[in-house]
Design a protein around this ligand. Structure first.
Ligand code: MF3
Ligand code: CO
Length: 259
């Protein structure tokens, strides 16, 4: 069921999303060669807890027998890891790595969700193509939200994202998708990063959606590592991810997870 948030509920969404933005900013300021993904996770979790929220991903059940719940507040995925990378003291970042940080905060009964992909050491540390992967992934979100307003359908967003990514020579993964968000981290509707324009539910003011292109350089195929969580590209090529929680309004969408 797709939920329409009331004024009060939207205020709570705003708060949770603001905390997500604060945690992402703290990661952005801290990320550098030599830091571990465990340390980055700690920095973000501290911001979330200090603001009276809970990192929603921490202890999130896998739903798979024998696979423990997600052990950290932030999914940190390095290079060929697409999503759900587990922070570790053993993963020390180096110049030229690309690192996605996907995190949610829960407060007052509502979740916010956003992802950034960082280039360790700055843009000069990678080739033109890698820089383009990160930029195309981010831009595909903005291409998608051109259609995130009344008068359009969910498929218009999905189509715009997929088209833009493929036109630029990269690949969206098909097994994971964006989602509605609110009292639950994952609500209806599902929002794939590909699809048919004109299909799916109509967009209405008060919907809150997490739109999240996951983009691979060489193939749309993925694999899950033995830890049961980490999703990697099948061909070992690089992957990027970008996500914001947005609010559908009468006019342009509001991006709740950007300060
Ligand atoms: N934040 C992720 C999303 O966008 C969820 C990560 S799965 C978890 O849907 F297990 F880590 F929570
Ligand atoms: Co999400």
């Amino acid at each position: 069921m797709v939920t329409i948030k009331s004024k009060k509920e939207i205020e709570y969404m705003r708060k949770s999303c603001y905390i997500v933005a604060l945690a992402q900013k703290a990661i952005e300021e801290a990320i550098c060669p030599g830091i571990s993904t465990w340390e980055l996770n700690k920095i973000a979790e501290d911001v979330i807890y200090k603001n009276g929220a809970i990192p929603s991903c921490k202890n999130y059940p896998s739903g798979i027998k024998g696979v423990p719940a997600f052990p950290a507040g932030v999914c940190i995925s390095v290079n060929d890891e697409v999503i759900h990378g587990i922070p570790s003291k053993n993963v020390i970042l180096k110049k030229g790595d690309i690192v996605s940080t996907d995190l949610c905060a829960y407060k007052n009964g509502f979740h916010g969700d956003a992802t950034r992909t960082h280039i360790v050491g700055g843009e000069q540390s990678v080739s033109k193509d890698v820089k383009r992967l990160v930029e195309v992934t981010r831009q595909s979100f903005f291409e998608g939200i051109e259609f995130a307003k009344p008068g359009f359908r969910i498929g218009d967003i999905c189509h715009a994202i997929g088209e833009y990514v493929e036109r630029n020579g990269f690949y969206v993964i098909r097994e994971f998708q964006g989602h509605g968000i609110g009292r639950d981290m994952h609500e209806d509707p599902g929002i794939p990063n590909y699809g048919k324009a004109g299909k799916g539910i109509r967009l209405e003011p008060g919907m809150t959606l997490a739109i999240e292109p996951m983009v691979n350089m060489g193939t749309s195929n993925i694999e899950v590592l033995d830890d049961g969580w980490t999703v990697v590209t099948k061909d070992g090529s690089l992957a990027a991810h970008y996500e914001n929680t947005i609010l559908i309004t009468e006019k342009e969408p509001e991006i709740l997870t950007i300060m």
